[in-house]
Design a protein around this ligand. Structure first.
Ligand SMILES: Cc1cc2nc3c(=O)[nH]c(=O)nc-3n(C[C@H](O)[C@H](O)[C@H](O)COP(=O)(O)OP(=O)(O)OC[C@H]3O[C@@H](n4cnc5c(N)ncnc54)[C@H](O)[C@@H]3O)c2cc1C
Length: 284
């Protein structure tokens, strides 16, 4: 079985920074695994500016990867399916790796429709916001309007901006009394295509095969062909939930805490990379 001193699971900003830091500190045997073909994680679907010195996510990923050490083994297109307490990782395709230290950098998951108290069937046209961002920015998909976006945090606002730019009428529905996202993302609210309804939520959807309308808690039905759910993110730690807190396990990035800004991810990941290498030197 192949062995690495350090295995990093997840090749987003956190995994890239952690692997780079561990390598820079002296760890010579590092592998990074990601289910996607290329490193970058969520950055690769972000075409909006606001990363670092106002770069797009894609530009920021490129910048991060400029310093990526060539000696790190990159295993792309591969999902880590499970981990054993004996420090063995089972990968898709039947491959197994053993490791001394593990950095989990698996990012976060969006809250899906099934987790929300929304009545009705599940017609075509309902997506999570991150799914839609990936479909639009990586695959050129344009959703049908009008659209309702549930949640006015940054992800909801970024999508509202993007849909408004292509002329799709958007209603942002926010259960709090005011819009939730950063001021810089609220520019869509000045666009005539975007309407904000605060203090309400979506309680029901209607439509046989395709979405036709959403019902709001205030009593109105809004005709729409697309509903985007931007209601929150949860750290993705399923792989390690049975392991307790072994000294060889280090978490960083959005699988540890959901970070609104990439700088917070990097700080935590650099620390995790260095700690993993120090632990390796002390305990193996
Ligand atoms: C839509 C959006 C917009 C944002 N906008 C900004 C912004 O404008 N400015 C800013 O500073 N920050 C922004 N952020 C915050 C910041 O960019 C992210 O928090 C950061 O990029 C997350 O990095 P990460 O490595 O923790 O997670 P991710 O980038 O999600 O990386 C996790 C990686 O793990 C992989 N993975 C997961 N499970 C497995 C498995 N079992 N096996 C193999 N691989 C696996 C995934 O494929 C993914 O590549 C934004 C975040 C989002 C979601």
């Amino acid at each position: 079985m192949e062995h690495y001193d350090l295995l990093v699971i997840g090749g987003g900003a956190a995994g890239i920074a952690a692997a780079t830091a561990a390598c820079g500190a002296g760890c010579a045997s590092v592998a990074i695994v990601d289910r996607k073909p290329t490193l970058g994680g969520v950055l690769l679907q972000c075409t909006h500016r606001g990363f670092g010195s106002n770069l797009t996510g894609i530009e920021y990923a490129r910048q991060l990867l400029k310093d990526f050490p060539p000696e790190v083994t990159v295993i792309g297109n591969t999902t880590v399916l499970s981990l054993e307490a004996t420090r063995v990782a089972h990968l898709s395709g039947g491959r197994r790796l053993s490791f001394s230290q593990l950095i989990l950098a698996t990012g976060c998951r969006e809250i899906p429709m099934g987790a929300l108290p929304i009545a009705g069937t599940r017609p075509k046209g309902i997506y999570t916001a991150g799914q839609m961002q990936e479909m639009m920015n990586l695959h050129g998909f344009v959703p049908e309007g009008p659209a309702v976006i549930l949640g006015s945090g940054d992800l909801g606002l970024i999508l509202a901006n993007q849909l408004a730019q292509v002329g799709i009428p958007v209603t942002l529905v926010e259960k709090q009394r005011r819009c939730g996202g950063l001021t810089r993302n609220q520019k869509c609210l000045d666009d005539s295509h975007v309407r904000l309804i605060c203090g309400q939520t979506v309680t029901e959807v209607r439509g046989q095969t395709k979405l036709e309308a959403c019902h709001l808690s205030g009593g109105d039905w809004i005709a729409c062909k697309t509903l985007l759910l931007a209601v929150g993110l949860r750290p993705e730690r399923t792989l390690v939930s049975h392991l307790g807190d072994p000294t060889w396990l280090h978490l960083c990035g959005n699988c540890n805490t959901v970070h609104p800004m990439v700088e917070g991810v990097l700080t935590e990941a650099i620390q995790a990379g260095q700690t993993a290498w120090e632990t390796m030197r002390k305990h193996g």
